[in-house]
Design a binder for this molecule. Structure first.
Ligand code: SF4
Length: 391
């Protein structure tokens, strides 16, 4: 099979941030050793089922992967290296929270092959960090970045959040300036979403926090776009900026709608025309993977169904695959490569989506350049409305 991207879900956090609805938990640290054993069993089983495929990117996300004790992280990496062919040039990313690592941990990460670190900075304003329930200060985040760079990580990404309750455009500009002073090779930027069932959604509902303004969030996005652009960053995806050569290879696999395998509770995969996801509760996951699995190579759905932790499987037919390829590809600055689309589907996007594309071009939301279809700046701000039309 083609080479794949590998995602590992680490469902542990020291505390749960009030806006977060990810599948991650605080105060279950006692589960870590059993969890790592279960994760190793899942990795080994997939290695056998898929016949040790080539892996071109690895991403440890969560949760907080940097919260795992380094020896446990090493056990996971060992299982990956014995079960898959990891490309020597593979991008291997660890998500980290400021304050979770020190120089010793960083040396271990480098030793076991991590070459990219993604730090959850979120803001460089202490008042907003405290409102977000983050455990770190702006100075902690800056030190974490400097420590990772100083230890030898050339590829360090930072995450920033905007559109926060109480956040002013001036505070945002100060955070952007301080972030740019660090010179991170990669920046991801996300608007706060008030997810159903989170404490923060409740606080906004009952008036304890003001509802963030969508117009102000759009102004913040435009402000960042201008400042990053003037500082030499390419806006290569709707929410991501990179200095030349530092685009996230792992996320590009998602946006190009290529194959990936996700392991760990709640992890999603897309393999052999099927999208599937694992059950979410970590304890149940550990229970089902207590022992090594006796599995054999198998084809398509049978292989996926043979995994005891897979909870949902969806067959992706060609219509859906084309629509998803359009939506994901349009997130990228480079857009859809028409020739690649034709060679993958034996059909042109101009034929399949004639009305949507001509409408988008007429309204100035889409543009066509050098055999590609991409969003204009105006289209980026209205991307969700455009994307919904492909279904
Ligand atoms: S650290 Fe990240 S994953 Fe953990 S609770 Fe906070 S936002 Fe969620």
């Amino acid at each position: 099979m083609q080479s794949i991207a590998l995602y590992l879900h680490i469902p542990f956090c020291e505390t749960k941030c009030p806006y977060c609805d990810f599948n991650t938990y605080a105060k279950i640290e006692s589960l870590i050793p059993a969890y790592v054993s279960a994760l190793r069993n899942e990795i080994v089983a997939w290695g056998q089922i898929l016949d040790h495929p080539d892996v071109k990117t690895i991403f440890f996300g969560g949760g907080t992967p940097s919260y795992l004790p380094p020896p446990e992280l090493v056990r996971v990496v060992e299982a990956i290296r014995t079960s898959f062919h990891v490309d020597p040039t593979a991008e291997i990313t660890l998500e980290a929270n400021p304050g979770d690592f020190d120089r010793g941990n960083l040396a271990t990460y480098l030793d076991c092959g991590f070459n990219r670190i993604s730090i959850g900075v979120q803001s460089l304003d202490d008042t907003l960090l405290s409102m977000l329930g983050r455990r770190h200060t702006a100075d902690d985040a800056i030190s974490a970045f400097q420590m990772a760079s100083g230890a030898g990580f050339e590829n360090v990404s930072i995450d920033l959040m905007y559109g926060l309750p109480y956040q002013t455009i001036e505070q945002w500009e100060t955070t952007l300036k301080r972030a740019l002073d660090l010179g991170p090779p990669h920046i991801s930027m996300y608007a706060l979403t008030l997810e159903g069932g989170t404490p923060m959604e409740q606080w906004v509902k009952n008036g304890q926090l003001p509802e963030p303004s969508a117009d102000l969030a759009a102004d913040m996005y435009i402000k960042a776009q201008g400042m990053f652009g003037r500082s030499g960053y390419a806006h290569y995806e709707i929410s991501n900026w990179a200095l030349p050569g530092f685009e996230s290879h792992h996320n590009l696999v998602y946006w190009q709608n290529e194959s990936y395998l996700g392991v760990g509770p709640g992890a999603h995969s897309y393999l052999q025309h099927h999208r599937f996801s694992n059950l979410k509760p970590p304890r149940e996951y550990v229970q089902k993977l207590k022992e090594p699995l006796a599995v054999h190579g198998a084809e398509n759905k049978a292989a996926i169904e043979s995994m005891p932790v897979v909870a949902e499987i969806e067959h992706i037919d060609t219509q859906l695959e084309m629509a998803e390829t359009m939506i994901l590809g349009l997130r990228l600055d480079q857009g859809i490569d028409v020739k690649k689309f034709v060679s993958r589907f034996d059909n042109s996007p101009f034929c399949v989506y004639e009305n949507i594309i001509s409408d988008g071009l007429r309204k100035g939301l889409l543009k066509t350049t050098d055999g590609t279809i991409s969003l204009t700046n105006k289209g980026r701000l209205l991307s969700n409305e455009i994307f919904s039309q492909f279904f």
